[in-house]
Design a protein around this ligand. Structure first.
Ligand code: SF4
Ligand code: SF4
Length: 376
């Protein structure tokens, strides 16, 4: 079983007096003692000893962990419960016990090449007018990701506007950008994930880009940290950057000049993959404060302690109700600092928060890239 690889972690966590439960995204929503990191580790450990999962245990592995890493941040013994969940899901998937939602994600991936099941040929529709004349190869490859292209194309349009304003030699994997594979990994289909990782690496190699810029922190984390664990490394010398890092560079080198005032009180939400996982906390804040007129107010929980929108770990597919509640809890923190603009730098987070702020007076959610494009 994959769980054997994390046996010690699960065993240690199972014996802990749930010291981290107050930070857990799921527990903070349900307040149930059955929804703590320790309970999930304990279920996984018992399944390991038994050699199989009971049907009623499967939802605890798939639907209760957003892979936010908050427990790891808190845990004295540095146990990452989301890694235990990944191993449990891999075992469940291999045993044919993955829940219907996970199987649906996999069917979408096979049929349409994205986890949402949107038509494969529609992926670039939202930005079609801007990608018609992109070159085959360029110094910079902009990897937009499924969530941006299918649900938040305005982020990609803003990125393109910025690249053009700064005179960047860039291209995209037009009509051919694969999914980063994280949905397959989170749903436990590891062999499919490995193929996806190899394909992404190959497409990047073919683009001959020296730098790959991402607006999605999850796609970036895959390339930077996760693919190498599965034997898929980017070509030597290829640099990967989050858009916030690249924007900061463009601003510092004066290739990008921000002129338009955005007179708003803004708070910034650290996406889990960008913050706790990749430790990119300051570049988005430095970019925000370079925008004329912006007043940045920090929420009570920020940087490594930032709360999760709930949509990670595949919960956007398996437990949308929890995502709604978790993201609403974060917005309450933003209201406490009287924010008028809620800024994040992840398309998945933006989706979660927009489901609330689209109906709220006096609060709007935008991606960092959109704010910068608006201030050009
Ligand atoms: S993750 Fe760490 S702190 Fe949380 S229950 Fe497990 S061992 Fe305890
Ligand atoms: S990774 Fe997040 S959601 Fe998962 S058990 Fe830890 S704190 Fe809870």
């Amino acid at each position: 079983m994959e769980l054997h690889k994390v046996e010690l972690l699960a065993q240690l966590c199972e014996n802990c007096p749930k010291m981290c439960r107050h930070v857990c995204t799921t527990h903070s929503v349900t307040r149930s003692e059955a929804d703590t990191p320790m309970e999930r580790s304990s279920i996984a450990y018992r399944a390991l000893l038994r050699g199989r999962f009971l049907p009623e245990e499967i939802p605890y592995m798939y639907k209760k962990c957003s892979a936010c890493g908050l427990c790891l941040q808190w845990c004295e013994t540095e146990i990452d419960v989301s890694e235990i969940m990944l191993a449990a899901r891999a075992d469940a998937a291999l045993a044919g016990a993955a829940p219907a939602e996970a199987v649906q994600v996999m069917e979408n991936m096979v049929r349409e090449g994205n986890p949402h099941g949107d038509k494969r040929e529609s992926k670039f529709n939202g930005i079609a007018a801007e990608t018609e004349h992109l070159p085959e190869t360029a110094e910079v490859l902009y990897f937009a990701g499924c969530d941006t292209l299918l649900h938040q194309p305005e982020i990609a349009l803003s990125a393109i506007k910025i690249f053009r304003a700064a005179g960047v030699d860039f291209t995209m994997l037009k009509d051919n950008e694969p999914c980063c594979g994280e949905p397959q990994r989170q749903m436990g289909f590891i062999e499919d994930f490995k193929s996806a990782a190899q394909n992404v690496v190959e497409q990047i190699r073919l683009s001959r880009a020296q730098r790959v810029v991402y607006t999605c922190p999850t796609c970036l984390r895959m390339a930077k940290e996760i693919y190498p664990r599965y034997g898929a490394d980017l070509p030597a010398g290829v640099e990967t950057l989050h858009m916030s890092e690249y924007l900061l560079e463009l601003i510092k080198t004066k290739k990008l000049v921000l002129n338009q005032n955005i007179n708003k009180r803004v708070t910034y939400h650290d996406p889990c993959d960008l913050g706790r996982r990749l430790k990119i906390y300051e570049p988005p804040r430095q970019v925000l404060t370079a925008v004329p007129g912006i007043e940045l107010k920090e929420m009570f929980f920020n940087r490594q302690d930032a709360r999760c929108c709930g949509a990670g770990g595949g919960l956007a597919f398996t437990n949308s109700k929890l995502v709604l509640q978790a993201s609403n809890n974060v917005l309450k923190l933003a209201e406490k600092v009287d924010a008028q603009l809620f800024v994040t730098s992840c398309p998945t987070c933006k989706n979660s928060f927009c489901s609330h702020t689209k109906n709220m007076d006096g609060m709007e959610t935008l991606d960092l890239t959109e704010i910068v494009a608006a201030s050009l």
